[in-house]
Design a protein. Structure first.
Length: 94
């Protein structure tokens, strides 16, 4: 998806959004709090990843509910294969 996240007190915060990633295109930002995946509450970082992986292989849409500033937003992030994304970026530089 193109994010890095950390857990604090059972909550998952976005600490980095990769430029050009599906997460950036969906509107995720540094500091956003991930509340749910497919309307199921997220209880920590491991739980977040388990819920995302349970949706299927790379290429599925990941429905998230996030707290951005003081607004709760429902968004979809199209997941992708990180190795294909990185390979594409490398090939552009060559």
């Amino acid at each position: 998806m193109g994010i890095n996240a950390e857990e604090a007190h059972g909550r998952v915060f976005i600490t980095r959004v990769t430029p050009g990633s599906p997460a950036e295109k969906a509107g995720l930002k540094l500091g956003d709090l991930i509340l749910t995946v497919k309307k199921n509450a997220v209880n920590g970082l491991a739980d977040f990843y388990r819920k995302v992986w349970a949706l299927g292989n790379a290429g599925v849409d990941v429905p998230l509910s996030i707290l951005q500033g003081n607004e709760i937003r429902d968004i979809k992030v199209h997941s992708g294969n990180r190795y294909q994304f990185l390979r594409f970026k490398l090939e552009q530089k060559i």
